[in-house]
Design a binder for this molecule. Structure first.
Ligand code: TRP
Length: 332
């Protein structure tokens, strides 16, 4: 008997997870897998909507699996797999294409943004991206899909597609709820603290796999504010740069803002910045080392994603068979 609710999330294999990802949602996932039956997959099929280098994509997919395990996703307690290893996603994707309207896809903000950004490659996959995502979700009948703000519209359209389909054929799909995950800290770029930390601005971004000396260099160069008081204080409006560092230090050490302000009272920023750097280095060290160990053991990683695909495939096939039957495909 399994009474746990099901949760599912896809992650594009960009392979360079950073501190913002980790101190934000990722850090809470290990708690989540205790309370929910979780599926995590590397959304490689979504990734090719933008042109990729094949060797890089392969490497990043594997690295990302290793990183998630290193961050505490125990593959014995959740299902980790690669999207393209479970063909039922694409099969259901095609079916759902036929229940999704051209008009509703043209209104998706991510499609508009991405086609503006990749004007030379506005392919059909970019357009039907939300339908494949709906298939990813609906095929596992999850109760919840954890989403950040940028993916909310995709979960909405998934719900619309599911309701439309259920309206015609009866209750085939569970209509999932968006799950507003504990986000933890919202980390900003180290050199432009008005923007989110993002790999597109690498100088202000600390990657999970980065070497300690590079991390320290980035923190020493972090932008602090041009205010005159020069004291360590959490005040995001007046002092966005320092406040971001306070938040990172708090998340890395578990100390409260008050404790941090007291710790650096009267010391200016010169001591504070390297202290934050060191705290981050120590937080990331075990993750980096574990990722490296895992990447050195390809057979283990293969075992993880094969077992994941097996388990996911079983659940996915079951939904696909039901859908094929409902729409009138002749059983083979
Ligand atoms: N579109 C998601 C992103 O870019 C990735 C994704 C693909 C996903 N399929 C999914 C997320 C299914 C949740 C559920 O972040």
């Amino acid at each position: 008997m399994n009474e746990k609710k099901t949760m599912l999330s896809g992650i594009q294999p960009s392979g360079d997870l950073h501190l913002g990802n980790y101190l934000g949602p990722l850090r809470h996932w290990p708690e989540m897998i205790e309370s929910y039956d979780c599926f995590f997959f590397m959304a490689d099929m979504h990734t090719i909507t933008v042109r990729q280098d094949p060797a890089q994509l392969r490497k990043r997919t594997l690295t990302q699996i290793a990183q998630y395990i290193a961050c505490g996703l125990d593959p014995e307690k959740c299902t980790i797999f690669v999207q393209s290893h479970v063909p039922a996603h694409a099969q259901l994707g095609w079916v759902l294409d036929c229940y999704t309207m051209f008009g509703e896809l043209s209104r998706m903000t991510q499609f508009k943004d991405k086609s503006a950004k990749h004007a030379e490659n506005i392919n059909a996959g970019l357009f039907t991206y939300p339908v494949l995502m709906a298939a990813d979700i609906l095929i596992y009948q999850p109760d919840y899909v954890p989403v950040g703000e940028d993916q909310r519209q995709h979960v909405e359209i998934c719900r619309d597609i599911a309701e439309r389909f259920n309206g015609i054929y009866g209750d085939v799909f569970r209509v999932p709820e968006p799950y507003i995950a504990k986000v933890g800290a919202r980390i900003k770029s180290l050199n432009a603290p008005d923007a989110k930390m993002s790999k597109s601005m690498p100088e202000g971004c600390v990657f999970l796999m980065e070497k300690p000396e590079d991390i320290m260099r980035k923190f020493k160069r972090a932008v602090t504010d041009s205010d005159t008081e020069r004291c360590v204080r959490y005040a995001p409006e007046e002092k966005p740069g320092v406040s971001n560092l306070v938040q990172i230090y708090a998340a890395a050490t578990g100390k409260s803002f008050e404790e941090i302000e007291a710790e650096f009272d009267g010391q200016g920023y010169g001591k504070f910045k390297p202290a934050v750097g060191e705290a981050v280095v120590e937080t990331l060290r075990p993750i980096r080392e574990k990722t490296e160990r895992l990447l050195a053991d390809k057979a283990y990683l293969e075992g993880v994603y094969r077992a994941g695909a097996e388990k996911a495939g079983y659940a996915a096939e079951k939904t696909l068979r039901k859908v094929y039957k409902k729409i009138g495909f002749l059983p083979r």
